[in-house]
Design a protein around this ligand. Structure first.
Ligand code: TXA
Ligand code: MG
Length: 349
């Protein structure tokens, strides 16, 4: 398949024409990769069963793992899902933005799009290109992250090209993703509570502004037990993990240095905070050091995590070390992605 790349850095009239062309492709059942404020999405008409199936094929994704449907304004959910008061409270506070809400689905969403579930996940992205693309298409756009199954979500157009070139009709290049980790997913419970299924930029504290009952699904921080059913189907799949084992070190810098020394290996990579670069490069002059930014700058870490993991994956390291993030605020999103990439290998120092 030939893939066209549309580069858009501002929203002038020429750029709008490009988005219009992309929307025609969506309306005709094609595949368009588009930027969002979290990560790039691999989009198709959510109401078109065969278009949705193309997404699973292009990504190599199991067909029982449902897609998020992207809408251009909160009210657009009405046609596709049963909304309620809590949905609109979430929408008023966080939409458009990096939140996805799981609601009971209407029949207008084909089963292929929702992976056979009776619920559907809806999200209204803040990214202007994404929003305009959905509006011009006139239909919700089903979109998972635009990576091949088994690689990290793409946060730059180069990541998208690596994974999707030749598999989609259009890639819209909208620059680097602002946040860099996927949206917060929340389910509205019958008792007026909220269950966090996937942590993201909208934090647990943010959700407490909407409901005083906020639960965190076990799979956010823990390994699913054998035979346990995942509330969010995506949780049961092994998430992205780099080729070399990733080990998360939970302790002071000095203890981490000692641990790495005592497990001496050739050809190692160390992801570390700015403050520790000197210490690690001094002790391990042959190691590849990746700078994660300042310890307190979680936004920078979120923005760079997937990029660093992709970089490391291009090299043949025997092992990759990284610090275990704190679970507070957006740290919980980092923690969740990193423990999964590490297949829960955490060393308590
Ligand atoms: O930020 C994001 O959410 C990005 C951008 C492109 O919007 N999208 C994204 O999609 O991360 P994806 O498919 O890579 O991850 C969506 C997750 C999957 O783990 C899926 O299992 C879960 O959402 N999901 C989708 N529909 C669901 C539903 N009805 N109930 C529970 N979980 C659902
Ligand atoms: Mg994904």
């Amino acid at each position: 398949m030939t893939t066209e790349i549309f580069k858009i850095n501002k929203l002038g009239s020429d750029e709008r024409k490009l988005i219009e062309r992309a929307s025609e492709i969506i309306k005709n059942g094609g595949l368009v990769v588009f930027p969002t404020e979290t990560v790039y999405g691999l989009g198709a008409d959510a109401t078109n069963e065969s278009a949705s199936k193309k997404i699973y094929e292009a990504k190599g994704r199991p067909s029982d793992n449902p897609l998020i449907i992207h809408i251009s304004e909160a009210e657009m959910a009405e046609e596709y899902a049963y909304t309620n008061e809590l949905y609109y409270r979430l929408a008023e506070k966080f939409m458009p933005g990096p939140i996805t809400v799981v609601l009971r689905a209407k029949q207008t969403v084909p089963l292929a799009t929702r992976g056979g579930l009776d619920t559907v996940a809806v999200r209204c992205p803040a990214n202007k290109i994404a929003n305009e693309l959905i509006r011009l298409s006139g239909v919700p756009i089903a979109a998972p992250s635009a990576n091949l199954s088994g690689t990290p979500s793409p946060t730059s157009v180069n990541h998208v090209i690596d994974d999707m070139f030749g598999r989609v009709d259009v890639i819209i290049d909208g620059g680097n993703s602002d946040f860099g980790l996927e949206s917060t997913i929340v389910k509205i419970d019958d008792d007026g509570g909220l269950t966090l299924l996937r942590p993201g930029k909208i934090t647990v504290n943010d959700l407490f502004q909407i409901s005083d009952k906020v639960r965190i699904a076990d799979a956010v921080t823990d390994k699913l037990k054998e035979g346990e059913l995942a509330i969010s189907p995506g949780m049961k799949y092994r998430h992205y993990a780099p080729g070399a084992p990733l080990i998360l070190l939970d302790g002071e810098t000095a203890a981490s240095v000692e641990y790495i020394k005592s497990n001496s290996k050739e050809n190692i990579a160390i992801i570390c905070y700015d403050e520790d670069v000197f210490e690690f490069s001094h002790n391990f002059p042959n190691a590849q050091i990746y700078n994660f930014g300042h310890r307190e700058d979680l936004a920078n870490q979120a923005r760079s995590l997937f990029s660093l993991l992709r970089l490391a994956d291009k090299r043949d390291f025997s092992i990759i070390y990284a610090p275990l993030p704190v679970k507070d605020g957006i740290g919980l999103a980092l923690y969740n992605r990193m423990i999964r990439a590490a297949a829960h290998k955490i060393i308590k120092l």
